[in-house]
Write a protein that binds this ligand. Structure first.
Ligand code: ATP
Ligand code: LTN
Length: 330
């Protein structure tokens, strides 16, 4: 089975990214042939600082290994190191339609907040479709916020296949059972997010223990007393329950049962302990791995070579099926 997912190198990574991203990457790599891509081309769709992008690309690679990716088993690479990604985005951009891109809620949200919006932000989902389809991907581990983009990738794959002949595997999204959408602790109506969130409501993976405790303690809840999962009526508590499941591996029902007779104060304190216990070893491994940038660069170079080899046949097929001539024999 082929597994593919991507993650952006800009912004500090948070517990939502851990839940929908990192922990699913580490789990799915056991199921087959896995590719995990640091999507730097996606990160320039909004204004960015070049030095920051450079530094964060290596930091993100370190975090991916620190959260359990195994360089022997999985291919971890940087999107811009494999030119097939930019090429497939052009080809698929001529298959996707303006109408379907206009319906993307992430574009509407992000574009609505800016005066000037890049063309790249609009065509972002097409680049993402190429990422996935180039690898004949069967499953894509992601968070709930990427569901619409994944559905679009499937539509583009099916359209290409029916217009030009069977070329792509149609991929399936894989979402965590609990924690597919971790919410902001201060605004439990919005997802935890680097770009759109509130820093006080966002638990960063590199936050020190005191910061985690303060953020959980001040998390917005409700005036009730029961620790039960009801996202409509009790968004804040439901979110803390899901955070607990992410930190301990328990189910929602197990967390509810364990805190049946506890108050919110005790529950919050136990949630912070569990999150701190989750993050401490990740942070220690991250510091170790990041301290050897030459080794990280070597691993990414190996990843890029493997990704080039794996994606080349599909890109070639795309060109051929679409009727392009190919350079021969020089
Ligand atoms: P952000 O909103 O924080 O800027 P992002 O979604 O733009 O994040 P990435 O960091 O590339 O960008 O996301 C990596 C993975 O994390 C994706 O699979 C995404 O679905 C998932 N993810 C992001 N936010 C959350 C969340 N609040 N809960 C669960 N999964 C999430
Ligand atoms: N859009 C995604 C990042 C992303 C991705 C991908 C995820 C880019 N290409 C391919 C899965 C598969 C995001 O913002 N999280």
């Amino acid at each position: 089975m082929r597994i593919f997912s991507g993650i952006q190198p800009t912004g500090a990574k948070h517990l939502g990214n851990f839940s929908g991203g990192f922990r699913q990457y580490a789990a799915t790599q056991e199921q087959g042939d896995a590719f995990f891509c640091i999507v730097d081309l996606h990160s320039v769709t909004v204004p960015h600082d070049p030095e920051d992008l450079r530094a964060r690309t290596l930091d993100l690679a370190a975090l991916m290994f620190a959260t359990g990716l195994d360089a022997e088993r999985s291919t971890v690479f940087v999107q811009s190191h494999v030119t097939a990604h930019a090429e497939s985005a052009w080809l698929l951009g001529c298959v996707a339609t303006i109408g379907e891109l206009r319906r993307m809620t992430q574009f509407k949200d992000k574009a609505g907040k800016r005066e000037s919006v890049s063309v790249g932000l609009f065509t972002y989902p097409v680049l993402m479709a190429g990422d996935i389809l180039l690898y004949q991907t069967d499953i894509v581990p992601i968070g709930d916020d990427q569901r619409q983009h994944l559905e679009l990738s499937r539509d583009i794959a099916e359209r290409f296949n029916s217009r030009f002949g069977e070329t792509f595997t149609v991929p399936r999204g894989v979402y965590p059972e609990a924690g597919a959408r971790i919410m902001d602790l201060q605004q439990p109506g919005n997802k935890m997010s680097t770009t759109g969130g509130n820093p006080q409501g966002t638990i960063y993976l590199l936050d020190p223990p005191e910061a985690v405790r303060k953020k959980v303690k001040t998390a917005v809840t409700d005036s009730g007393r029961e620790i039960i999962h009801d996202p409509n009526e009790k968004a804040g508590i439901s979110n803390l329950i899901e955070i607990m499941t992410v930190a301990t591996g328990e189910s929602i029902a197990e967390v509810e049962k364990r805190f049946e007779s506890s108050g919110y104060g005790q529950f919050k304190s136990d949630v912070s302990d569990a999150v701190v216990a989750l993050l401490e070893p990740i942070q220690a491994r991250f510091r170790e791995i990041r301290d050897d940038p030459a080794e990280l660069e070597r691993m990414l170079a190996i990843g890029a070579a493997k990704a080039r080899e794996a994606s080349a046949p599909t890109l070639e097929k795309m060109y051929e099926r679409m009727g392009f001539t190919r350079p021969k024999g020089v």
